[in-house]
Design a protein around this ligand. Structure first.
Ligand code: NAD
Ligand code: LMR
Length: 357
């Protein structure tokens, strides 16, 4: 039987409300309720928000998270174009319910009830810039978004991608401390792109499939703070001094390599979305209670004298439940570690001072 025109109208307004629940002109509450029911009644999964979802990273990240079977609800927030990206992604025939949120007034709706918040909001580098040159603009963006998280989903795990990660993570920590919601296990600076690059470049040198290679990358996420531990590569292997220097430099300069190739059109977006999803998936598996979920991430740490440091962690139901020691380093890595710590200390302090002063 054909549906009546009233039924068709009702269905259309339901779909609008599903896509734009925070925009009263776009639909009625009934669809939101239905979407919530579907989220509850459908495959069990986690609620994930992407802040900066309409950007170069945000769009492919949203697409890949919509394909993730662990996600039941996906909230896409941006200050521009969120409705367009949401409409597009929502047509994918995968399980997650997608909802769009546009602008500061809809931030609370985007965040309420979330288990995981991924933040790729902020400006990217152009050739000639360092990640620290992004601090002025991105520090304020991260502060505002983290104030929203503290208010609306204080228990969520946060995956912070916005650069400079070495400073934005300390900024987020200070915001959460001020709000009384800081849980060091749940604030994670995303460094998975460094690991993805390291696996790829090392595999090239060894003539292996990159999927078989595991390179721990520790320290931070900028220049010399990115420290690949080539002495700990799996499968066990050895490198000449020339290979070690080539690989270390290429991994440290991977971001710049992409920024220069893009000639002013931004920085890594597609490989970053891939790396972000790899890490987010690990966080969700940890939340689900899977055993043995290990990844490198920039996190509150006692591995060195610095308050934050990237190293391998074990992800569990409450976030980064165990932060692993660096393991034995060779002479080249020990020298690299000292350089990394010097620069990292300044970047961390800059982030802390941004909120405290
Ligand atoms: N951690 C890493 O490994 C890594 C890798 C690549 C890029 N990045 C960083 O990620 C960030 C984003 O890069 P991109 O290429 O996607 O940039 P982009 O400019 O393409 O996208 C950024 C998005 O953020 C949005 N945005 C700006 N202010 C916002 C706010 N207050 N709230 C919500 N959204 C807001 C913009 O509207 C835009 O859609 C940059 O800072 C970049 O340096 C980090
Ligand atoms: O290099 C950049 O500015 C972006 C990102 O941090 C990267 O490593 O690709």
């Amino acid at each position: 039987m054909q549906p009546s025109s009233t039924e068709v109208h009702q269905r259309i307004s339901r779909i609008s409300a599903h896509l734009y629940p925070s925009n009263p002109q776009m639909g009625e509450g009934s669809m939101l309720e239905r979407a919530n029911c579907r989220a509850k009644g459908g495959a069990p999964g986690f609620k994930v928000a992407i802040l900066g979802a309409a950007g170069g990273i945000g769009q492919p990240l949203a697409m890949l998270m919509k394909m993730n079977p662990l996600v039941s609800v996906l909230h896409l927030y941006d200050v521009v174009n969120a409705p367009g990206v949401t409409a597009d992604i929502s047509h994918m025939d995968t399980g997650a319910v997608v909802r769009g949120f546009l602008g500061q007034s809809q931030l609370e709706g985007a965040l309420t009830g979330m288990d995981l918040v991924i933040i790729p909001a902020g400006i990217p580098r152009k050739p000639g810039m360092t990640r620290d040159d992004l601090f002025k603009i991105n520090a304020g963006i991260v502060r505002t978004l983290c104030e929203g998280i503290a208010k609306c989903c204080p228990n969520a795990i946060v995956n912070l991608i916005s650069n400079p990660v070495n400073s934005t993570v300390p900024i987020a920590a200070e915001v959460f401390k001020k709000a009384g919601t800081y849980d060091p296990k749940k604030l994670l600076g995303v460094t998975s792109l460094d690991v993805v690059r390291a696996n790829t470049f090392v595999a090239e040198v060894l003539g292996l499939d990159p999927r078989e290679v595991e390179v721990p990358v520790v320290g931070g996420h900028a220049g010399v703070t990115i420290l690949p531990l080539l002495s700990q590569v799996k499968p066990p292997c050895s490198f000449t001094q020339e290979e070690t220097e080539y690989l270390t430099k290429r991994i440290q300069d991977g971001g710049t390599e992409v920024v220069e190739a893009k000639k002013g059109a931004g920085s890594a977006t597609l490989s970053m979305a891939y790396a972000a999803v790899k890490f987010a998936d690990a966080c969700l598996k940890g939340l689900r209670g899977d055993a043995g979920v290990v990844a490198c991430v920039f996190v509150a740490s006692q591995v060195t004298e610095l308050p934050f440091f990237a190293s391998k962690v074990r992800l569990g139901r409450t976030g980064a439940e165990e932060v692993y020691q660096l393991g034995p380093l060779n002479e080249y890595e020990r020298i690299g570690l000292e350089k990394a710590k010097k620069e990292l200390a300044e970047s961390i302090q800059k982030g802390i001072s941004f909120i405290r002063n």
